[in-house]
Design a protein around this ligand. Sequence first.
Ligand code: FCB
Length: 451
Amino acid sequence: MTKKNDLKSEYFGKDFVWGVSSSASQTEGAWNEDGRGASVWDHFATKRKKILYNHTPEIACDFYHRYPEDISIIKSLGIPNFRFSLSWSRILPDGTGEINKKGIDYYNRIFDECQKRNIIPWITLYHWDLPQTLQLKGGWKNRDIIYWFEEYVSVCSKAFKDSVRNWMILNEPSVYTGAGYFFGIHAPGEKGSKKFLSAVHHSVLCQAIGANTIRREIKGAHVGTTFSCSYITPSSNKLKDIAAANRVDAILNRLFIEPSLGLGYPLKDIPLLHKIEQYFHQGDEKLMKVEFDFIGLQCYTREVVAYNYFAPYIKAKLIPANRRKVYHTVMDWEVYPEAIYQMIKKFSSYHGVKKIIITENGAAFNDKLEKNKVADVERIHFFSNYIAQVYRAKKEGYKVHGYFIWSLTDNFEWAEGYYPRFGLVYIDFKTQKRIIKDSGYWVKNFLMDVN
Ligand code: FCB
């Protein structure tokens, strides 16, 4: 564990955006209340052995009812920006067609609460919770999703245009397409390269169509999307390992940003990707391209990659942190602060990227609640060291303009259920009691200078 440092938030300047992130499926609960339709995650959680301890997102953090308390905690910690997502099936229970007024009212109540407390909302339109009715029609594999998504985004932008300026179209498309349509370990639990490639191409189209829809409806909107990224290093200096690391980098870090910048898919690096061309319609190259005001980077770790003959398609494997015997979190993600600096540097080098905001960074450790306190020293060190690397990137002139912590509260961590705790705020899931961890107070103290 590295030591914390004496960095101050004021070094980043007045315009640097500080915030905290969450998402609908992971926090809201109330999965079938007030007219909400089921999402792929509600459905996936009913399948056996898909989610650790068979946990489900049915109640989650009960944010649906407890949002005033959680927003007041954000205020009490002095965090000026709050990123959260809208649940598509709460707004359009069947994915398209009839609008659920109670869903719209609910988000309006949250926006009012934010406004009352002077907290700026940053909205993610799609954070992995596709309406189950659309999944039954093929979900992201079905090209019609470009129309379904456009309708959803248009409904949201009309409903919330007076309350929201900052929009993110997709959350980490490489993760929901990879884990959800290739490996089958996330909802909707599908597997195989055909499913994956069609889901990828339709997501890239939606990424652009969503942004154009928001721009059309909302003057002065600040529009971005978010990409997951990991610093990729080869396991040795052997040419085979270096080439394997390049292929993993192309899949994990370049697959979604490059087509949006007009650079196309990284086909040269992964010849098998050519198969994606079967999903192209005339004019798609142009349709994929979009000018974002900012891109969100979500960086947690680095991956070490070795050549592996048996791994299908990319002939590469990631060597897990515990096998490498390096310091890691309960997700088995290596704690490697420099990863965030390297990713800011890498994405800054794209000419078309105007501005980078770190829209997620954080860690799950074994938090212990003792005497109503959580002394999460490791998380404090984690933030202090990662933020120091963000500062290093900023000082060197790279395009980073903001940093959001994942996450406000402990929450439903997808296939890992409630086991990994990422929050600045501990939740006792039996009582829903909230307890601010020491890292929450550390953030409050750190942000004192910007408030
Ligand atoms: C990211 C997801 C987010 C959360 C964190 C830990 O990949 O966007 O929802 O699960 O990881």
